[in-house]
Design a protein around this ligand. Structure first.
Ligand code: PMP
Length: 291
């Protein structure tokens, strides 16, 4: 926290921390994995870049450089002696003043790390389409990872969990598929991989990685609007995300997707992704920062 390593139990903030009230903070979710050469942080540069992009949208004057936060992220993994897990950097408006314009508040930075297993479990997930629309890109910078955006995700998650499904699917202001509460979505139709274009979604780093992998595997990839009808008629569907990794979707609104538990293209991509994050594929080792 703010340049110091603090024991877990002492990592506290004041109750009048600005971001706690109004959600004006920028954060990241990063994973690191066990490799034969020790822990490897997946796409650290891209996550730090997105963190600074999100902070810039909030006009935050970040008191550290990208290099300093990159080094601190590596160090938090090292001193916690973790082999694999999750890292949560957060840049927030701290304690100083209330009122909506955050200028005048200190800009605080924290980075936490902890072990975290499969976010959506090991089985293909049952989804439902949420009644809540994904945040409108004219209401905010929808491509930034800003704390307050996640109230939209919280509402969709509460709704869908109450109805007994595992994860929500949110549609955008044009009525097309956007993403999950914390994941991007892909469908497979006639051997082609299709994912919603940028605009209303968070441009996921896992999404980019999967698209690059698919191209290298000669799987055609398209960024295209997906209607509800196309979604329900998909041969395969899966989520991607730092927490969720590659998670196959078994059902949407009670309708089974595909004939198998996990579709063949989903499975192939999931297996390649799993090898890549553990440093087992030379061409993707560029994505790992060894600690
Ligand atoms: N969409 C949302 C809303 C998210 O919170 C996340 C998680 N960061 C993603 C997509 C996936 O992004 P990434 O692959 O960069 O984790």
């Amino acid at each position: 926290m703010d340049g110091k390593f603090i024991p877990w139990k002492k990592a506290k903030v004041h109750i009048l921390t600005h971001t706690l009230h109004y959600g004006g903070g920028a954060f990241e979710g990063i994973r690191f994995y066990e490799t034969s050469k020790g822990p490897g942080i997946f796409r650290l540069k891209e996550h730090i870049d997105r963190l600074f992009y999100s902070a810039s949208r909030l006009e935050m004057k970040v008191p550290y450089s990208k290099k300093q936060l990159t080094d601190a992220t590596k160090k938090i993994v090292k001193i916690n002696k973790l082999k694999s897990g999750y890292i949560r950097p957060l840049i927030y408006f701290g304690y100083g003043k209330m009122g909506l314009d955050p200028r005048g508040c200190p800009v605080n930075v924290s980075i936490a790390a902890w072990p975290w297993g499969a976010y959506l479990g090991d089985e293909p997930v049952e989804t439902k389409i949420s009644k809540f629309m994904r945040i409108h890109p004219s209401s905010t910078y929808a491509d930034a990872k800003i704390c307050g955006h996640y109230f939209n995700s919280i509402l969709a998650s509460l709704e869908i969990h109450r109805k007994g499904a595992d994860e929500a699917l949110l549609f955008d202001y044009n009525g097309y598929l956007a993403e999950g509460p914390g994941e991007n979505v892909f469908i497979v139709k006639k051997g082609e991989l299709i994912t919603p274009p940028r605009g209303a979604i968070l441009g996921g780093i896992t999404r980019e990685s999967i698209m690059e992998m698919a191209k290298n595997m000669n799987i055609p990839v398209k960024e295209k609007n997906i209607s509800k009808r196309e979604l329900l008629a998909a041969d395969e569907a899966f989520f991607t995300g730092t927490a969720a990794e590659v998670s196959p979707i078994a059902k949407i609104n009670g309708k089974k997707i595909g004939k198998k538990k996990e579709g063949p293209i989903t499975l192939e991509l999931k297996e390649t992704f799993t090898k890549a994050i553990h440093g087992e594929i030379p061409k993707y080792r560029k994505w790992l920062t060894l600690v």
